[in-house]
Structure formats: C-alpha cells, structure tokens
Design a protein around this ligand. Structure first.
Ligand code: ADP
Length: 632
C-alpha cells in the first residue's frame, strides 16, 4: 500500500523542535504521557461499546503493555483501546488542537532568549510529542475499533511524517520509540532498563485504572520481565486519605487536569447513605488562560462504579467553580446516563450542592490556616468565585466569608467585609467601595479625595464582576454597600466644615452658575451640583444611586444588549480656584460664550480624571491649547 508523506502543521513543528532539543530536563514524563493517552483510549472504547453494543471490538482483556527490546533499543507502549482512523491520525497527531499548547508556544516565542522555557514547558502537558525527547524516530500503528484496516504513522520529528494503510493491524494503538543512543555517562536515562521503566510507572501512573504490563525479551543482562502488572490500579478517591500519599494525589491531578504543576489543594469527599459517591477534587495552582472564554471546557470526570463515563461533566459543580478539577464516582447511576439526564437529575443536584459546600469550606480553611496559599488562590480564582455572589444566593454568606478585597487600609492592603465592618468607626453606617478598571485609575480618582482626607476606608474593586455583585448583595450585616461615585455622600460633620448657614449661603451664590451650566452641558449631564467629596480636583462625575455605571453600560453593550446612555451628575468643588473664578466671571459678564468653553473643559477634565476620554478629543485639545496659550 502506498506511503504518503505529509508536513506537520507549523505549531506542531515548533513543538517537535522543542522536544527534540529537549529543553525539558525531566524526560521521564514522556512515559506518563503515552500511558495516559493509552488509558484514555481504553476508557473511550469501553464507553463506545456501552453506547453501541454492536461495535465489533474485543473488551475481554483491556490493558496497556510496555515492551522493551534492548537489542533494537526500542520501547513500545501498546493499548487495545479505541484506536484512530487514518484521517484521525493525520488530524490528531499531525496538528496541535490543544489551545493550551498553542498558548505555550506563543509564550515560548515571547521568551526569545530561551531562558525560563523549561518552566514554561513544565506547565503544559505536551502529550504524544514528548516521545521525541527520548526517541529519534517514532512509529505508531493503530486501528480504530470497528474498522478493518489500520494505519501506520512514522516520523523522525523533523518536519514531515508518513502515513500508510495496514491490513493486519491489531485492535488499538501501539507507539514504538526508537530510543536515542545510550549515554554512557548517564545511566539514569536508559529507558531500556526494566528497573527504570518500573520506577517511572510506579511514580507517575500507579493510579491508572487499567493494568499496565511489562512484557517481552529484555536482552542479555539477566533482567527478566515476565508479563507483570506494574501498577496497583487503586482508585485513589475510594481510599481513605491516610492510605494515599500527597504525591499520588498529585499524579492523579496531573493526569486528569492536563497540568504538569502541583495542585494547590486536594479535597476529598466520601458520601455514604442512600446515594453513595466518592469525590476527589483539586484546586489548581494556576488559572488557565481561557478561564473567562465562552468555550472553556470545565467539569469533573464522572465515573459510575469505577467505570469512566464522561469528561467535563458540568452538572457536578456550578459555573463559578469551573476551575476545579477532579473525579466523582457514583454508585447508583446508570452507566448509560447522558448529559441531558444529568442536568435534571435530583441526585446530581444534591451532589452539586454538597460538593460546592465542600469546596467553599476548603477555601475557608486555606484562608484561616494558610494565608499564603489563600493569597495564591484568591489571585488566581477570586474573580471567578465572585460570580457566585450573583448567581448563587444560597451560598452567598459562605462566599462572602472567603472573599477578600483590596482596600485603602489594612496591614497587607486587603480586607474581608467582616474585617471592614469590625473596624468601622462609630457613626459610619455604610461600607464604601469604588469600582474601576485598574488600581491606578482608582487610586487617583477624584472621588477618593474626601474619603482619603477623613481616613475612611474604601474597598477597591477592579474585577468586571464587582459591578454586578455589589448590586446583587446590597448589604452586609445591615450595612449598605455604597459606591463612593454614586449618589450624595454625607460623611458627617467635622470641626472645620462649614456650618449649615454657610452652606446655604454658598448654595445661593452658586445657584445661577449651576443652572446655567446644566443647560450648556445638557447633552452630557442631568445635573450640576456642589460637591462634598472633592478637596483637590475642580470637578468630578457621579451617578445616581440607581444608575448603571459606565463600566456596566459597556458590559451590557458588549453582550449585545441595548442600553440607553445614562447621563451623569457633574459635581463642582466650590473651594477650587477655577470654580470660584468661573462663578465670579459668570456673575460679572454679559457675553458668556467664552465661559461656555470653560464649562465644557471642566466637564472633560472630570471625564479624564476617572480614566474616561472626552467625547471630542480634538476639540478638547484645541480648547485646552487655546487656554494654555493665554497663560504665556
Ligand atoms: P492530548 O492527549 O493532550 O489530547 P496528544 O498529542 O497526546 O494530546 O494526543 C492527541 C490526540 O491523539 C488525543 O487527544 C487522542 O485523541 C489521540 N491519541 C493519542 N494517543 C492515542 C492512543 N493511544 N489511542 C487513541 N488515540 C490516541
């Protein structure tokens, strides 16, 4: 049968180059990757047969085989699983579908000088290609379950691979690594050593639920290998925590999480009673880069009585816990259970509730027991968890208890609502916060001025979701959550404040200017008033307590919803020289056309101060330049 030659997709070629030149020093992991693929293939076959009993496949002895040939210097990883069709081999092995790997490559390219690349590689499972770390040629022979013909794939990893149809291929897939020449100085990396292979399997793949057997002739040095099962196949989730080492848990996490890094937290739950199940959950130590994208694949692995049923089972955890990885093994579900059924199943909903509580309790224990770990957790996943404040009212209190905020006070600059309320001085009734795009834009916001001067603590909220949950939650322990950029703020009287009479008098003095300005700026503002929150800036924009903020408006528009533009309120600082001067000029002049420009500029300055941009930047620059010129 003819052999066809193909070129690797560009990204695949780049990844292969990395593997061949082996920037990753821990080469042993190639075996973990191949065994992991084999195990998945066995899961898939069992599932396919479950769905379609007429599938022509032998399920009597599903297993993984490792075969060492010392003389030929080859190592073969073989499974009798689902296999791949001719087209699938081209698609799956010739290209990189995994978006995480594509991301890795981008980051590697950015880290041009090559330093730090090892760390980057360690963050991603690179799968099948990792074989090229130890082999200079790889052959893969596979036959898709139910098909008569098989496919042979061969490559030296250098730009091309060949495909050939094969008539007498056995069920499943075998990957043969033609190992690189032995390094006499480094016996540690001899992958024809029985001892070495046993050690790697034990370390990385012990929990694999299929038998991994070592077979074949092993050459003349007396190392014998019979068909021997190397792994214990223990389902870690079904065992008590004392029996399992942290390392074993971590290896399972790496297998199911497609992550090469250690998890941050391991969570175990064994539910007994009428609906029995075991769960082993992991909080990763890093947020995946696509956590906030539409097609982020989340969910747990679902097993029924030790039989793998599906990946990415979303029904088991709410969306705001989508970063959690793990396994759930239920005793009393049907093996034929489908996603649609799961979404409606009462038991599944109960499981979801229980698992959610368990995860939140675990976050709580990090918070109280290990500040550093909690800080990592919050940095990576805080923004996701806060979605729950909006979507899961039942767990709101538990969520608020583990939610922390950047703040203008506090030793490390963070606070929980509880801490905030505990240190609120007498007379303060509200929990003040400000939302914005970044810490810098918030820190310099004119809205902060009076709060800073009076030493009133303000929570600094910079995640997009913050705009939503503060509305949804509304109050905490009877204290209202209030934006410092909304509504009138009355921060209580101080000694050097004006008296009520003085204020009244000031209001009268400014009444004409304020009315006149509102008319001039009618397109953009609904009210112009004197401010109690400014000390340094001449003006700022605020919203009515029930108005949408500009950020929320943008968010709704981005989601395709029509939102009317909300006019804001312009507040002026009556103690600022510019505002005072403007008021005097307003009182004295007949021709106010020049003052109209100043009013417009004042409004633009308020827009700029909160990080926005003037409606007509070119006009703003012209007016500004004109004013500056007159100062020369
Ligand atoms: P990943 O395992 O992360 O998806 P790989 O490069 O290791 O990436 O494998 C790509 C795909 O090739 C797998 O998702 C699977 O569909 C297929 N594949 C790899 N090894 C096997 C195998 N032993 N049996 C069947 N399919 C396999």
């Amino acid at each position: 049968m003819p052999t066809e030659t193909f070129e690797f997709q560009v990204e695949a070629r780049q990844l292969l180059q990395l593997m061949i030149h082996s920037v990753y020093s821990n080469k042993d992991v190639f075996l973990r990757e191949l065994v992991s693929n084999a195990s998945d293939a066995l899961d898939k076959l069992r599932l396919a047969k479950l769905r379609d009993d007429s599938l022509d496949a032998d399920l009597s002895d599903l297993h993984i085989e490792l075969e060492i040939d010392k003389d030929a210097r080859t190592l073969t990883v073989r499974d009798n699983g689902v296999g791949m069709s001719y087209d699938e081999v081209g698609q799956l092995i010739g290209t990189i579908a995994n978006s995480g790997t594509a991301q890795l490559l981008r980051e590697l390219r950015e880290a041009q000088d090559g330093t730090g690349t090892e760390g980057l590689i360690g963050q991603f499972g690179v799968g099948f290609y990792s074989g090229f770390m130890v082999a200079d040629e790889v052959t893969l022979l596979t036959r898709r379950a139910g098909e008569g013909q098989g496919t042979r794939w061969t490559s030296r990893g250098e730009g091309t691979y060949t495909l050939e149809r094969v008539d007498d291929a056995p069920q499943g897939t075998s990957v043969t690594l033609h190992l690189k020449p032995a390094d006499p100085d480094n016996q540690l990396h001899d992958y024809t050593s029985v001892w070495k292979i046993k050690e790697i399997v034990k370390r990385y793949s012990d929990f694999i639920t299929w038998p991994i057997r070592l077979v074949g002739e092993t050459g003349g040095d007396g190392e014998a290998a019979g068909p021997e099962t190397l792994n214990s196949m223990k389902a870690l989730w079904a065992r008590s925590r004392e029996e399992v080492s942290e390392e074993e848990y971590h290896e399972l996490y790496k297998h199911i999480g497609h992550d090469w890094r250690e998890p941050l937290q391991t969570i175990q739950l064994q539910a007994e009673g009428t609906f029995e199940y075991q769960a082993l959950l992991f909080v990763p130590s890093h947020a995946p880069h696509d956590l906030f994208t539409q097609n982020f694949r989340h969910g747990l692995q679902l097993y029924v009585k030790r039989v793998f049923i599906m990946d990415d089972c979303e029904a088991l955890l709410p969306p705001y816990l989508r970063f959690v990885k793990g396994v759930v093994d239920a005793q009393d579900l049907s093996l034929n259970v489908s996603r649609e059924i799961l979404q409606q199943d009462r038991h599944i909903r109960m499981m979801q509730r229980r698992l959610t509580k368990k995860v939140l309790a675990s976050v709580k224990s990090m918070m109280t027991g290990d500040a550093e770990r909690y800080a990592t957790f919050w940095r990576e996943f805080g923004a996701v968890l806060k979605e729950g404040l909006v979507t899961d009212p039942d767990n709101r209190d538990a969520l608020l208890a583990v939610t922390s905020f950047a703040t203008t006070r506090g030793d490390d600059g963070t606070a929980t609502l509880k801490q905030y309320v505990e240190r609120m001085p007498d007379g303060q009734d509200d929990i003040w916060f400000i939302t914005g795009e970044s810490r810098e834009s918030i820190d310099n916001s004119p809205h902060m001025e009076a709060f800073r001067e009076r030493g009133i603590e303000v929570l600094l909220l910079t995640d997009p979701v913050d705009e939503m949950w503060v509305d949804a939650v509304g109050e905490y322990e009877g204290k209202r959550l209030r934006s410092i950029a909304k509504g009138e703020v009355d921060l209580g009287a101080r000694e050097d404040d004006r008296s009520e009479d003085e204020r009244q008098q000031q209001a009268e003095e400014y009444a004409g200017l304020l009315d006149w300005m509102r008319e001039r700026l009618d397109e953009d503002v609904k009210e112009v008033r004197l401010s109690t929150r400014l000390t340094v800036s001449p003006a700022c924009l605020v919203a009515d307590a029930n108005d949408l903020t500009p950020a929320l408006e943008n968010m709704y528009r981005a989601m395709g919803q029509e939102v009317p533009r909300t006019k804001r309120i312009l507040e002026l600082n009556p103690d600022h020289a510019l505002v005072k001067g403007l008021n005097e000029a307003y009182g004295e002049r007949e021709d106010r056309s020049d003052l109209t420009d100043t009013a417009e500029l004042l409004h633009s300055l308020a827009v700029l101060a909160e990080g926005g941009r003037p409606k007509d930047p070119a006009r703003f620059v012209r007016l500004m330049a004109d004013r500056l010129e007159r100062t020369l």
